[in-house]
Design a protein around this ligand. Structure first.
Ligand code: ING
Length: 321
């Protein structure tokens, strides 16, 4: 048995004018409650220190700087690290990162019970658009405000197991989980900010919770890992964002789930040894995968014609005699 008690700390709306220190105080409150309920690790959402600012177009880039962290921990976030060290609990948190060379990333870190940063991830799948699109009820300018992550999908040995991280839109792409699964991930932590309305495809809106659940469950099952999905939820600056935070087991089942759209702890004790039941049988990658048949998966970004596909994977041109 290798139990890890994890708390998905769903966070309700954060207003534009809310100060970082007020938000950090709120996050520490959730941390204290999680510890009191036996959590070893608390997982906060994507961009958990500020409002989800990609919903607005900022003409003057100088107006963006206020949303990014230059240091982690910095003066306003250090109390979170100190609280974690005092309580003896680890945490993961998403935030907007501004690097010394001026690059902007949508980032998440993993901090162990000693308060040391033991993992960092920069969001690779950036959804939305780059240019201001006034027709939209609200913007989703992640392609404008962040660079694609440059650290790959990594795993980190901590909390007695192997932890992976991803952020929001990453959870919709099976490649995310497979790259982590191929490194032996046993628990994948994924914070998200998901507007319920998607202006280019309003017909999807009613399915927001369904899509969230199937991608987290399938990522867990198909890669023999626990998956912890954590929302920034509620109506934030007029934009409804879904909750639906949940913990999925390697069985593919949801084992704990949020029932509100506000601050809520979703807690489960996860025995990481449960991963073995799937990792050593139906998803014994080394026995059952056939990478020779997957050339198109990394051979092209978008769809290709059958002729182009045959150039990438000659097997597709073989006579089916
Ligand atoms: N948010 C959304 C997500 O992938 C989105 C973007 C919204 C995609 C609605 C599809 C439908 O959950 C972020 N921040 O990636």
């Amino acid at each position: 048995m290798r139990p890890v008690t994890v708390a998905a700390a769903q966070v309700g709306p954060i207003a534009l004018e809310t100060t970082r220190s007020a938000t950090v105080t709120r996050l520490i409150g959730l941390m204290q409650r999680a510890k009191a309920r036996g959590a070893d690790l608390i997982v906060y959402p994507e961009l958990a220190l500020t409002t989800f600012f990609p919903r607005w177009y900022f003409e003057d880039e100088a107006d963006l700087d206020r949303f990014y962290e230059r240091q982690m921990p910095g003066p306003e976030t250090r109390p979170l690290f100190e609280a974690a060290g005092d309580l003896g609990i680890g945490f993961s948190i998403g935030y907007a990162e501004l690097t010394a060379d001026g690059t902007r990333f949508n980032t998440a870190i993993l901090v162990d019970t000693s308060g040391a940063i033991v993992g960092k991830y920069r969001k690779i799948h950036l959804p939305g658009h780059r240019e201001h699109e006034p027709w939209r009820a609200f913007q989703h300018l992640e392609k404008r405000y962040f660079a694609p992550g440059n650290l790959g999908f990594r795993v980190f040995d901590a909390f007695g197991g192997r932890i992976g991280m991803a952020i929001c839109n990453d959870r919709r792409w099976p490649e995310t989980y497979r790259v982590l699964g191929l490194q032996g991930a046993e628990m994948v932590l994924i914070g998200y900010n998901t507007p319920i309305h998607n202006p280019p495809a309003p017909e999807h809106d009613r399915l927001s919770w369904h899509h969230n659940e199937i991608v987290l469950q399938s990522g867990a099952y198909q890669n023999a890992t626990f998956v912890v999905g954590v929302a920034k939820a509620g109506v934030e600056e007029g934009v409804p964002q879904m909750g639906g935070s949940l913990i999925a087991a390697p069985t593919g089942e949801t084992i704990a789930q949020a029932v509100t759209e506000g601050d809520e702890l979703v807690i489960a004790t996860c025995d990481l040894d449960l991963c073995k039941s799937y990792r050593d049988s139906v998803f014994a990658f080394e026995r059952h995968r056939e990478p020779g048949a997957y050339a198109l998966v990394t051979g092209t970004k978008g769809p290709v014609t059958p002729e182009e596909a045959q150039k990438i994977d000659p097997a597709l041109a073989r006579p089916d005699d």
